[in-house]
Design a protein around this ligand. Structure first.
Ligand SMILES: Cc1cn([C@H]2C[C@H](O)[C@@H](COP(=O)(O)OP(=O)(O)OP(=O)(O)O)O2)c(=O)[nH]c1=O
Length: 194
């Protein structure tokens, strides 16, 4: 039985889309709260990998006793000049992040971890996203739309932010929160997907 250790609606949607290729394959959802803070000096990719692993591991603890359980945890962060931009604390924080991302190319790192009682595996997707120069009124309007809330880097590529994204190199689903190629590869390794 596959479980998604995530409360992100984007991850639910993306995983559902991936599994729809195999009729009858469903997944359960485990709701957890893992603290997301980089350790002092922790490189961005190590941080994203660690948090994805912690989410999957905490999910597995919730279904102990099920030897057939496979748990998927994932983490997505926006990185500019080695600085990790997580989810904005409030509107002012969102506006500050968007001002920094304006006119620049940043990375989006997404890690996926799969754990079962007997094994563990992980994959990482790194994408590059370039934003057009954003005026202060564009930023204010975007923040007022509410879209930045709960999203790494204070934006949603699948939403209004697509209109100021001039270039994306990498995985669109990875930027949204769950890189589907990497996820499908791991699910095949665990025998969940054919
Ligand atoms: C960059 C970007 C991020 N996001 C979202 C995906 C993730 O939900 C969120 C990054 O935060 P995460 O901490 O990776 O995930 P989460 O807290 O939403 O969910 P959970 O830990 O329960 O799995 O940002 C978008 O929806 N679109 C984007 O373009």
């Amino acid at each position: 039985m596959l479980y998604l250790a995530s409360k992100s609606p984007r991850r639910h949607e993306l995983l559902g889309r991936l599994l729809s290729s195999q009729p009858g394959l469903e997944f359960g959802v485990l709701d957890l709260d893992i603290p997301e803070h980089p350790l002092p000096g922790e490189p961005a990719e190590s941080y994203v990998r660690r948090v994805a692993r912690e989410k999957a591991g905490a999910g597995l603890l919730k279904v102990v006793g099920n030897p057939a359980a496979v748990v998927l945890g994932s983490d997505t962060e926006v990185v500019l000049d080695d600085e990790v931009f997580g989810k904005p604390a409030d509107d002012a924080d969102a506006a500050a992040m968007l001002r920094r991302l304006s006119g620049r190319t940043h990375q989006v790192i997404s890690a996926v971890s799969l754990v079962s009682p007997s094994r563990e595996a992980q994959a990482v997707s790194v994408s590059e996203v370039t934003f057009a120069e954003l005026s202060q009124s564009q930023i204010d309007d975007y923040v007022a739309s509410g879209e930045p809330h709960g999203r790494a880097g204070a934006y949603a590529i699948q939403g209004l932010a697509e209109a100021f994204t001039t270039r994306l190199s990498g995985s669109y689903s990875g930027v949204m929160g769950l890189p589907l190629y990497e996820t499908a590869t791991l699910l095949r390794q665990f025998g969940v997907l054919k």
